[in-house]
Write a protein that binds this ligand. Structure first.
Ligand code: C5P
Length: 309
């Protein structure tokens, strides 16, 4: 990894995007409990920032501010802390490194936008630069996959096909910029709980494959084609756990969205629209209807985790 910062660097700041799943096909659980996935991720312009600074040897701590900060654990279950410790253990086991992490959140917690995974990816990158470690891109990807299924994509960004349990990512051929409106839910959803409900609702899930119409739509750059190809196998499970999400999706479509789906395990609903002015109109309408907690506009694809200072 190219690195310039040294021990004199006061800190490293990384910006990392949210993701939505344009398609999410889910198979029956594997022996390890994870579900085989065929998905297409797109990174969108809602960002968290993670700042890493030197701390005393073997000291790791985290503070969190912004969207949903009070819902983020500050102990060793925090993905940013786990990422920093995993990196130190793997690449500098004899150095007694430490890090003080600070997370500024805009991505909602437990929202189906991979906010926690984004924080893990950002902490990996920030600490690798802070500590001036020699980690290859493959090495980073391996640690990311160990941290969680969505973490490798948060490093990569753009539009990418995900397979395995989601951790195996490859850039997809995609044209154009897409305009999204995101409706945040009043309450989060546990990813594990949504997968459990999926198993109950779909006991005979077929091996997952990315549909050709979605890849063709991405190559065309036409949002109307993409809108028709959006789909999410977890949507029925998310709607079953939070029935009001059906109203949110319906409301967005009635107000002119080209397409609508629950993002990942939800509860965020993502609406694809034609252009920026359509996004503004839809945001205003959804806010006025009061069907969701908050509405954000975003564009995609955007780049993955990047050092910004
Ligand atoms: O990989 P990650 O830790 O982000 O996954 C969170 C939870 O989501 C897992 O513990 C598992 O219950 C579920 N999951 C799954 N199949 C996947 C990805 C996640 O069952 N492919």
């Amino acid at each position: 990894m190219a690195s310039t910062p040294s021990r004199t660097a006061t800190g490293v700041r990384v910006r990392v995007p949210a993701k939505i799943n344009l398609v999410l096909k889910v198979g029956a659980p594997r022996p390890d409990g994870y579900h085989p996935l065929a998905t297409v991720y797109q990174a969108v312009s809602v960002y968290d920032e993670v700042h890493a600074a030197w701390a005393d040897p073997d000291e790791f701590d985290v503070v969190v501010s912004g969207e949903g900060a009070d819902l983020v654990p500050l102990d060793d279950s925090n993905l940013a802390i786990r990422a920093a410790k995993l990196l130190a253990r793997t690449y500098a086991p004899n150095d007694s490194l430490g890090a003080r992490l600070s997370i500024k959140k805009s991505i909602p917690v437990a929202g189906g936008l991979a906010g926690g995974s984004a924080n893990g990816a950002a902490a990996l990158l920030a600490c690798a630069f802070l500590w001036d470690l020699d980690v290859s891109a493959d090495g980073m990807r391996e640690l990311a996959a160990e941290l969680g299924s969505d973490v490798p994509f948060a490093l990569l960004g753009g539009t990418a096909v995900g397979s395995g349990r989601g951790e195996d990512v490859a850039p997809a051929l995609a044209q154009g910029t897409y305009h999204w409106v995101l409706a945040y839910g009043f309450h989060g959803l546990s990813t594990a709980a949504v997968y459990r409900r999926f198993d109950e609702l779909s006991p005979n899930a077929a091996p997952p494959e990315v549909p050709a119409d979605l890849m063709n739509a991405l190559r065309s750059g036409d949002p109307k084609l993409l809108a028709r190809a959006l789909s999410n196998d977890l949507e029925p499970a998310a709607l079953d756990l939070q029935p009001r999400l059906g109203t949110v999706l319906q409301t967005g479509l009635e107000y002119g969205a080209l397409g609508a789906l629950v993002s990942g395990s939800g509860p965020t609903c993502a609406f694809l629209v034609d252009d920026e002015s359509a996004a503004i109109d839809l945001s205003v309408s959804l806010s006025a209807e009061g069907v969701c907690r908050a509405v954000r506009r975003a564009t995609g694809p955007v780049t993955g985790a990047r050092v910004i200072s």
